[in-house]
Design a protein around this ligand. Structure first.
Ligand code: ADP
Ligand code: MG
Length: 317
């Protein structure tokens, strides 16, 4: 059986992008990196627990991809450019095959986003993956949750609800065939964080949050942070062809509003910026789905959503 240091050497050294600003990476007690002058650091950490954040037996490549993707999504929501990652890995046994798949999934996504793996920790125990991701923004340019103002438009990227449908397909709780099946599964298995969009929204979005726990729940968080309400028009929700082919109209809306794991961006902007946003090419379609109001909480089509419409995933709820 390989030792801890052999494992680290084989699977976690030189992973991700090579960056000039990494002065010391894996191999010392700490990593040394050199942020650009005038930049602010944005830091995020997310933990994935086997059987909680992904189904038991989930392909190791997808675990590696997902562990980084969820953190990339947090940085995207801040308008930050990701740069350096730390990986805390707890595994039940040093399974070479699993580790190779995991590190390949992590590595491919890290390279795509220019992220260097600069350190971490490897321990034995129930499968748990924690990634800390650091990135940069020019001083004062970060997006936050607390800037939405009454009268702003409410926008969302991509097609929320797909990942929740994909998870149910994986669990055998939803039937799907052919292309719709593949498309929805991929949206759960390998989410694409909207990093380029986050950067493009600097100076435009008044508030931004990434969708991890379900659109309505996350909208509630953005509104609470900003001290505003919102009215969302359900007919404006962008629904994918795949989702429409596997779910009835009422269910589609339910998936989009309450399904989690979308890793899209939900943001607010001044109506004067509509043309700019429509013209924005950040690799994903944007849709205006409602408006920010002065108060009164989150409404759907002018009315408080039904209690089961989704208040977001809560580990201790
Ligand atoms: P220490 O005992 O000083 O905390 P370790 O022996 O745990 O260091 O790790 C040795 C080196 O390998 C350190 O540079 C650490 O950051 C890195 N490392 C350990 N585990 C991982 C991992 N899963 N991914 C990336 N780097 C790792
Ligand atoms: Mg040490």
């Amino acid at each position: 059986m390989p030792g801890e240091f052999e494992l680290i050497g084989r699977h976690f050294t030189g992973r991700g992008a090579r960056r000039e600003d990494v002065h010391t990476g894996v191999g010392d007690d700490g990593a040394i990196v050199a942020p650009p002058p005038g930049a602010e650091l944005v830091l995020a950490l997310d933990t994935l627990v086997d059987g909680v954040h992904f189904p038991a037996g989930f392909d190791a490549r997808f675990v590696g991809h997902r562990a980084l993707a969820v953190n990339l999504s947090d940085l995207a929501a801040m308008g930050a450019e990701p740069a350096w990652a730390l990986l805390g890995l707890t595994i039940p046994s040093p399974d070479e095959h699993w580790l190779a798949g995991f590190s390949a999934g992590f590595d491919a996504l890290a390279r795509r986003h220019g992220v260097a793996l600069v350190g971490g920790d490897t321990t034995r125990g129930p499968l748990t993956v924690t990634v800390t991701l650091a990135g940069t923004v020019p001083e004062g340019a970060a997006l936050r949750r607390d800037g939405a103002r009454a009268g702003d438009d409410l926008w969302v990227s991509g097609t929320p609800g797909d990942a929740a449908a994909g998870l149910r397909i994986l669990q055998g709780r939803l039937n799907a065939q052919g292309r719709a099946r593949e498309a929805l599964l991929a949206r759960f298995q390998s989410p694409q964080a909207r990093v380029a969009l986050g950067v493009a929204l600097r100076g435009i979005a008044t508030a931004c949050i990434d969708l991890s726990d379900g659109l309505l729940g996350d909208l509630g968080k953005l509104c609470a942070a900003s001290g505003v309400g919102a009215d969302l028009a359900s007919r404006e929700l962008p629904l994918s062809a795949g989702l429409c082919s596997v779910a009835l109209p009422a269910e589609r809306v339910q998936f989009a509003l309450a399904g989690g794991d979308d890793y899209e961006l939900l943001f607010t902007a001044d109506p004067a910026d509509r043309a700019r946003l429509t013209a924005l090419d950040a690799g994903v379609v944007l849709r205006r789905i409602g408006a920010v109001t002065g108060g009164g909480g989150v409404l759907v089509d002018g009315a408080p959503p039904a209690r089961d419409a989704g208040h977001g995933f809560d580990h201790f709820g």
